[in-house]
Design a protein around this ligand. Structure first.
Ligand code: 13P
Length: 255
């Protein structure tokens, strides 16, 4: 049985003071809204993590922490980079690897994604490997091969260890254009098929791309995924917690 989860990726939004406020707001709302069937994970900017983790600890909030990006190297002369062990020391349990914004704006190749995921695993944390096609790839009807290849390159390096996948079609990120339930369900099946056989039953597959309170129910109940990676809506406590409790309700029913 795969445990479902909802991850809020704040991207490069909110400084640590704003991050403290949002975490507190989310904490208050989580107490009032059922969320037993999902893990709730925050992925703030790295520089906010110390403050956010202090709030989580002090208020005993039911929140896990994730990093947005990490160096593929363990330590050393890599100015500006952050290592897995640094995240680990702050109580982070998962790290996003290969988000499409890292791939597009910072030239992160499939090979670097795979190497980074391996570094995360060696450091004892869980990579959430992000995959997804651009609009051009989809209109050329190459999306299934493209995403299956992204999955295959990553898993050829890391094997069947403890990781999650996030399907985030680039054309659906921050655009308000969500992939349809059918598109999500189909790609989830393609991704599962591309996984090593032994990892198929245990690897969570998340969907990300304009997930909102309005579409969370449909996607959670029909999308064939184990949760969401939420961008914009994770910056608004009410919206994020509504997505969380909707997902929890759907996943609770389907058990
Ligand atoms: P949006 O929810 O803003 O489309 O972002 C999705 C995303 O990239 C999460 O990692």
């Amino acid at each position: 049985m795969i445990r479902s989860e909802v991850i809020g990726n704040w991207k490069m939004n909110l400084d640590h003071v704003e991050g403290i406020h949002l975490t507190q707001q989310i904490g208050v709302l989580l107490r009032a809204n059922p969320h037993d069937h999902v893990d709730v994970v925050l992925a703030p900017p790295a520089i906010d993590l110390r403050s956010v983790s202090s709030v989580v600890e002090a208020d005993r909030l039911p929140l896990l922490l994730a990093g947005q990006h990490v160096s593929e190297f363990d330590r050393g002369a890599y100015t500006g980079e952050i290592s897995v062990s640094m995240y680990k020391r702050l109580g982070v349990t998962s790290i996003l690897v290969g988000h499409s914004e890292r791939r597009a704006f910072f030239a992160m190749t499939d090979e670097v994604v795979a190497a980074t995921a391996l570094t995360v695993l060696r450091g004892g944390l869980r990579p959430v490997i992000c995959v997804g096609e651009s609009a051009e790839v989809r209109s050329a009807e190459q999306h299934e091969e493209f995403v299956a290849e992204q999955v295959a390159i990553a898993t050829a390096t890391i094997g069947q260890q403890n990781f999650a996948l996030a399907y985030e079609p680039v054309w659906a990120i921050g655009t308000g254009e969500t992939a349809s339930v059918e598109q999500v369900a189909r790609m989830a099946a393609v991704i599962r098929e591309a996984l090593p056989e032994t990892a198929r039953a245990t690897t969570p597959i998340l969907y990300g791309g304009s997930v909102k309170p309005e579409n969370a129910h449909e996607l959670a109940s029909g999308g064939n995924v184990n949760g969401f990676l939420v961008g914009g809506a994770s910056l608004v406590a009410e919206q994020f917690v509504e997505i969380v409790s909707t997902a929890s309700d759907c996943y609770g029913r389907s058990r």
